[in-house]
Design a protein around this ligand. Structure first.
Ligand SMILES: [Mn+2]
Length: 316
C-alpha cells in the first residue's frame, strides 16, 4: 500500500481533520469512521478531528463505544478543514448535505465499492468485504494501536456488510481480521445480538407486510416488493425499519435476484438489489445511475415503481 505513506503525511500535516460517511449510515460506515476517529484522536491528541454524518446513527448501532462522538451536520456548518477523509462512500454525493463542509480540503477516499468513482486526491479503494475490514489494515499501516473500542466498531462493520460472515465477500483475511479483533476482547455474541436482535415493532411488522405481499417474476427469478411512502408515513415507519427487507426477499429458493423499492418523502423511489449467484446487480443499479457491488447494489430514481420494475425485468 504505497498511498499509505501519503495518507500518513497528510494526516500529520493537517490541524483539522473531518471524517465523513454516507447518508442513512449503516454499521460499516459507522464502524470504519468511528474506528478511524478513535484511532486518530488517540495518536494525535493535539489535532481537531470530527466525524460528521448527515443522518442519525440507527439505534442498533449506537451501543458502540465512542458512538456519542459522532456529530450531525447541523452542529458544524462554519468550520473549515485541511483534510477530509471519506469512508464507505462510492461517490461524493453519498455523504449528502455534509458535502458543503468539504470546500477546498484535501480529499482521501477509503472505500470498498467497485462502483467507486475515485473522487479523492488519494483513493484507497479495494474490493474487500467492508470498509471496516480495509480500515483495520489502514490503522495497522498508520501504526495506530487498535484498542477494544475500535475493535468493536470494526467488528460490527464487518458483520454488517458480510451478513454475519455469510456473504460471498468473506475471505480468509476477513476471518483473520475477525480473529485478531476477538483477541483484543471483542464479544462477538453481544455485538451480533445487539445489532440483529434488537428490531423495532414497526420493523417486524413491515417485514411481515413485505413477505406477505412480495411478487415473484418467474421468468427472471426476481422477487420484488414496493413500499409506498404513504404507508411509511401512516404507520410511523422509519427508514431504518426497512433495512434487511431486500435480503429476506432473496431467501426464497426460486429467486436469483431481489428488488426492494421504497417511496421517499421527495417523491423519488429508493431501490435496493441483491443477487444470489451470478447476476450482476451493480450493472442493473447502474441503469438508474446507482451502483455498489456485484451482489448488492442500490439506486434512487424519479421513475414510478412500475417503470422501475419493468426496466429491471428487461435487463435481467
Ligand atoms: Mn460498506
Amino acid at each position: 500500500m504505497n498511498e499509505i505513506n501519503k495518507v500518513k503525511e497528510k494526516i500529520e500535516a493537517a490541524k483539522k481533520i473531518l471524517l465523513l460517511g454516507h447518508i442513512n449510515p449503516d454499521g460499516d460506515t459507522v464502524g470504519a469512521g468511528l474506528s478511524l476517529l478513535l484511532g486518530l484522536e488517540k495518536k494525535y491528541p493535539e489535532k481537531k478531528i470530527r466525524f460528521i454524518l448527515q443522518d442519525k446513527v440507527p439505534e442498533n448501532i449506537s451501543f458502540l463505544e465512542g458512538c456519542e462522538k459522532i456529530e450531525r451536520i447541523e452542529d458544524s456548518k462554519d468550520e473549515t478543514y485541511n483534510l477530509v477523509i471519506f469512508v464507505d462512500s462510492a461517490t461524493i454525493d453519498r455523504v449528502g448535505s455534509a458535502q458543503e463542509l468539504v470546500k477546498d480540503a484535501f480529499k482521501i477516499n477509503i472505500d470498498h465499492h467497485i462502483s467507486n468513482s475515485n473522487y479523492g486526491d488519494i483513493n484507497i479503494v479495494k474490493d474487500i468485504s467492508s470498509t471496516s475490514e480495509l480500515m483495520y489494515s489502514i490503522l495497522k499501516a498508520l501504526e495506530i494501536e487498535v484498542t477494544l473500542d475500535m475493535a468493536g466498531a470494526i467488528y460490527l462493520g464487518i458483520v454488517n456488510d458480510t451478513g454475519n460472515f455469510a456473504h460471498s465477500n468473506v475471505t480468509e483475511n476477513t476471518f483473520k481480521v475477525a480473529a485478531n479483533l476477538m483477541e483484543l476482547g471483542v464479544n462477538n455474541n453481544k455485538i451480533v445480538n445487539d445489532f440483529f436482535k434488537s428490531k423495532s415493532f414497526e420493523r417486524m411488522k413491515v417485514l411481515g407486510k413485505a413477505l406477505s405481499e412480495m411478487i415473484f417474476v418467474k421468468e427472471k427469478k426476481l422477487m420484488y416488493f414496493y413500499l409506498p411512502y404513504e404507508y411509511l408515513k401512516e404507520n410511523g415507519i422509519e427508514r431504518d425499519d426497512t433495512e434487511g427487507i431486500v435480503e429476506e426477499l432473496i431467501n426464497y429458493s426460486g429467486s436469483e435476484a431481489s428488488l426492494f423499492l421504497r417511496g421517499e418523502a421527495d417523491g423519488k423511489i429508493k431501490g435496493s438489489l441483491r443477487s444470489k449467484h451470478n447476476i450482476d446487480v451493480n450493472k442493473i443499479a447502474g441503469i438508474f445511475s446507482g451502483g455498489g457491488h456485484i451482489k448488492a447494489a442500490g439506486f434512487t430514481s424519479e421513475l414510478s415503481a412500475d417503470e422501475i420494475v419493468k426496466k429491471v425485468v428487461e435487463n435481467l
